[in-house]
Design a protein around this ligand. Structure first.
Ligand code: NDP
Ligand code: MG
Length: 401
């Protein structure tokens, strides 16, 4: 089965894990999709390869200094080259039926928002957009009546499990977490975890930032905040279950006691295909789910003692306002510092917790009314988090309710 009319796509973050999985779906259904533009960060060779392979008309690289390299790599291909922050926004605004938002981090906020504000349908993987600037994003979605498709697997699963019901009328929306590589580790073992251990995710192959977020379980906190915005529900309607097999991705509990769930093998091509074809369905070659073979699905409650980052994120969600913006910015700095070997694994949650406390004291945690305000808070918090890192050793576990 394919879609009835060909859809033009823009891929923001085309060279990343989600970007490449998206291209794989596109290649499986070449009549269903045409790629208009691709955008990437710094890897010119990868971007040129993806642009040529997908037949894109326009390729944009964030790193302005690489314009000449990109132009040379695309010479004779017919793909137009562009570079710099503005070129990523230009890519986002190319004529398209769906813009796939798959840049990593708050770097995706501006171009993804530009696409939405222009009325484009956006399939959103880049969860940091909603954590950093959820209120302005959702206001624009409502005011412009644009379609925001949840591509993150848990949110795609909730959307499918809702089956058209209004999320505001249900009792609970539950997202699952694999528990990451340290699910069964003790607190002391987690404290001493190395970068290599943290980058070894048991179920999913993803970019480095989200892989570290999965190891700390900050990823699940970011996803709760993402769900809060996407489905317009209060924090007390959202819950997390640890489910190591990553087969059930989201569950919806209704007022009559019924629970629906959405299941698939842990392969992002499944939710990507769902978003790209919606409201139709694509035939894909994704591995089929064989529950008879898997036999056992298990669930447990998250342990906020061993995974304090999840607790810090839940606190930020409950506090609301600009606190998620603060959380996201501090987390990006902390993950970067951990990947650079400058801080230990458990320092990630400590730094983020401290940045949240300092933002409260400095009164930076008001709800941003616009994307510009959100990015201004993001900038302040990044600077402050760098100062915290440079000034003193982080000590003591953060307090978790
Ligand atoms: P990757 O790190 O694999 O890819 C990130 C992409 O963004 C790359 O194409 C990268 O280009 C590009 N990029 C980085 N910085 C910039 C910038 N400043 N401007 C423009 N492009 C930039 O990440 P993932 O694909 O794993 O994740 C992307 C997003 O999707 C994240 O928000 C993540 O949380 C979310 N997500 C990912 C899932 C997964 O399975 N991977 C699942 C669900 C959500 P370059 O390589 O050249 O730097
Ligand atoms: Mg997810």
């Amino acid at each position: 089965m394919a879609v009835t009319a060909q859809r033009r796509l823009v891929l923001l973050g085309a060279t990343g894990s989600i970007g490449r999985s998206t291209l794989d779906i596109v290649e499986q259904a070449p009549d269903a999709f045409a790629v208009e533009a691709v955008a990437g960060g710094y890897d010119v060779a990868a971007l040129a390869e993806v642009a040529i392979r997908s037949g894109a008309r326009f390729a944009a690289i964030r790193d302005e200094s690489r314009y000449g390299d990109l132009k040379a790599a695309l010479a004779g291909s017919g793909v137009e080259a562009a570079a710099g922050a503005k070129s990523i926004v230009e890519a986002a605004l190319r004529p398209a039926d769906i813009v796939v938002g798959a840049i990593s981090g708050a770097a995706g906020v501006e171009p993804t928002y530009a696409a939405l504000a222009e009325g484009r349908t956006v399939a959103l993987a880049n969860k940091e957009c909603l954590v950093c600037a959820g209120a302005p994003f959702m206001r624009t979605v409502a005011e412009r009546n644009v379609t925001l498709l949840p591509l993150d697997s848990e949110h795609d699963a909730l959307w499918q499990a809702l089956g058209g019901a209004d999320a505001k009328t249900v009792e609970k929306l539950i997202i699952t977490a694999s528990g990451g590589p340290f699910r069964t580790w003790t607190r002391a073992q987690i404290e001493a975890a190395t970068r290599e251990q943290a980058l070894r995710h048991p179920n999913w192959s993803m970019g480095r930032k989200i892989t570290i977020d999965s190891a700390t379980m900050m990823n699940k906190g970011l996803e709760l905040i993402e769900a809060r915005h996407l489905f317009g529900v209060a924090p007390d309607k959202l819950d997390v279950l640890v489910h190591p097999q990553s087969i059930v991705h989201g569950l919806v509990a209704f007022a009559d006691g019924s629970v629906t769930a959405s299941l698939y093998v842990p392969d992002m091509r499944v939710p990507i295909a769902h978003c790209l074809a919606w409201p139709e369905r694509l035939q894909t070659n994704a591995r089929r789910l064989d529950l008879g073979e898997i036999a056992t699905l298990t669930f447990e409650r998250p342990d906020l003692g061993r995974f304090p980052a999840l607790g810090v994120a839940m606190d930020a969600m409950r506090q609301g306002g600009g606190m998620p913006t603060v959380l996201n910015a501090a987390n990006e700095i902390a993950v970067e510092a951990f990947l650079d070997g400058r801080i230990g694994f458990s320092d990630i949650a400590r730094l983020v917790g401290q940045a949240c406390e300092e933002a409260l004291r400095a009164n930076d945690a008001r709800e941003p009314a616009t994307v510009e305000e959100a990015l201004a808070v993001d900038h302040i918090v990044r600077e402050r988090s760098r100062t915290i890192l440079a000034s003193k050793p982080l000590s003591g576990m953060v307090t978790v309710q």
